[in-house]
Design a binder for this molecule. Structure first.
Ligand SMILES: [Zn+2]
Length: 413
């Protein structure tokens, strides 16, 4: 079957979406339920309606765009991604999967293809953790990884709850209704930029994700004793920041110590109290991200970090509190879906490469309720979450073409 992607239309839409931002272009800031997020959703919904697709929104704003197949009683084939963006981000993370998904469906329609299974495009609410400190809460709720207590448990920085914020954005109704049944999707395929350097480096246009690494998050609070930077003598100090520095290095040591390239440990934030040049730090708060494709190996690193915290606390006479914020299970892609993507790429004469996703995605959670796989396209320098994030028009069109072929194949099975 000949499926022609309208790359011009897709690229123009990506450009338009990038202008719907709270930050000055070319930077994109689109935090969930913000004014920009709501404007982007309204614009996206109108595109879907123009394409004569039916649109449904759930109680937290996940948007489902359905092209009904000839056998609507069969579980659908899903695709999709997110449009929320961290502050001062670029314009391709997530958006390529949403607008590419829409383009894949439109081009299938225009080419005369008629699906047996319905094909559904899903716009996930809030993949990024910017607002609630937890990533993927849309797909977590869809897959049951989070329950209805999230309404009160999830809080934004200003203390407002998910319940308040979603109502403010116009999304009401019981949160329990967000959960999808196990057989809702026969398969779910997400198109996304790689956010890593491998495809570009090896000049391969298509990555096929076999595993998604599992992140675990820790919040660590180190409490020592403050005081005057001149008056408290060195032997008498309980400097919280010096203790925290040892913990930071312990995270690095443990992550490197597994000997596996897939283990990563990062201390991404550090807040020092009181934060004055002539004052001994009394309280330091760290946020730690540890991820791996192997859950046991990752949990070993978590244990080592906790042991290091205890050791540092005892030796330096400070108190160290470690809170496990989340520890998600890694996901494996479905062999059938990997095969469907590989065959679609082959059919189009494209080289493809099987690879691990070290960043996590909504597909990590979709894997709990459906066979899942992801299609990666190269991005320049592997750069993401920055305003110079870039994927070439050719690569975007190629990824979308492979997605369209994969959806057609899966919707006919
Ligand atoms: Zn993303």
């Amino acid at each position: 079957m000949q499926i022609e992607i309208n790359a011009k239309r897709l690229l123009a839409e990506l450009e338009t979406l990038a202008t719907i931002s709270e930050a000055e272009p070319p930077a994109v800031t689109r935090v969930v339920y913000s004014d920009a997020d709501r404007r982007a959703r309204a614009w996206f919904t109108s595109l879907c309606e123009q394409a004569e697709l039916s649109v449904r929104t759930d109680a937290i704003g996940n948007i489902f765009v359905r092209w009904t197949g000839s056998q609507p009683e069969l579980p659908a084939i899903g695709t999709g991604s997110h449009i929320d963006a961290i502050p001062f981000a670029g314009s391709y993370d997530g958006t390529v999967g949403v607008l590419g998904g829409l383009e894949a469906i439109r081009s299938l329609k225009e080419s005369g293809f008629r699906p047996q299974r319905s094909i559904e495009l899903l716009l996930f609410t809030a993949e990024e953790p910017t607002r609630f400190g937890i990533g993927c809460f849309g797909s977590r709720l869809l897959s049951g990884a989070l329950g209805s207590s999230a309404d009160e448990d999830l809080r934004a920085g200003d203390g407002s709850t998910l319940a308040e914020l979603r109502a403010g954005a116009g999304y009401t109704g019981p949160i329990a209704g967000v959960l999808l049944p196990q057989n809702y999707y026969a398969g779910f395929v997400e198109l996304h930029i790689e956010q890593g350097p491998l495809l570009e480096r090896e000049r391969v246009p298509i990555g096929i994700v076999t595993n998604i690494a599992a992140p675990a998050g820790l919040r660590i609070a180190v409490e020592g004793e403050g005081g005057h930077a001149g008056a408290v003598l060195m032997p008498d100090r309980k400097d919280a920041f010096c203790a925290a520095a040892e913990i930071v290095l312990a995270v690095e040591r443990s992550a490197r110590g597994t000997g596996a390239i897939d283990t990563c440990g990062t201390v991404g934030t550090c807040q020092i109290h009181p934060g004055a040049v002539n004052s001994i730090p009394s309280l330091v708060q760290l946020q730690v991200d540890i991820r791996d494709t192997d859950e046991q190996r990752r949990d070993r690193v978590l244990r080592e970090v906790k042991e290091a915290c205890d050791e540092v606390a005892a030796r330096r006479c400070v108190s160290v509190r470690v809170e496990l914020v989340n520890a998600d299970a890694p996901a494996e892609s479905s062999p059938q879906l990997i095969d469907a993507i590989e065959r679609s790429a082959d059919e189009l004469g494209l080289r493809s490469k099987k690879m691990v996703s070290r960043a996590y995605h909504d597909s990590l959670f979709m894997a709990r309720i459906a066979p899942m796989a992801m299609i990666f396209i190269p991005c320049r320098g592997g750069v993401s979450h920055r305003l110079d994030e870039y994927a070439s028009p050719d690569d975007i069109a190629t990824g979308t073409r492979v997605l369209a072929h994969t959806l057609a194949r899966l919707a006919s099975e």
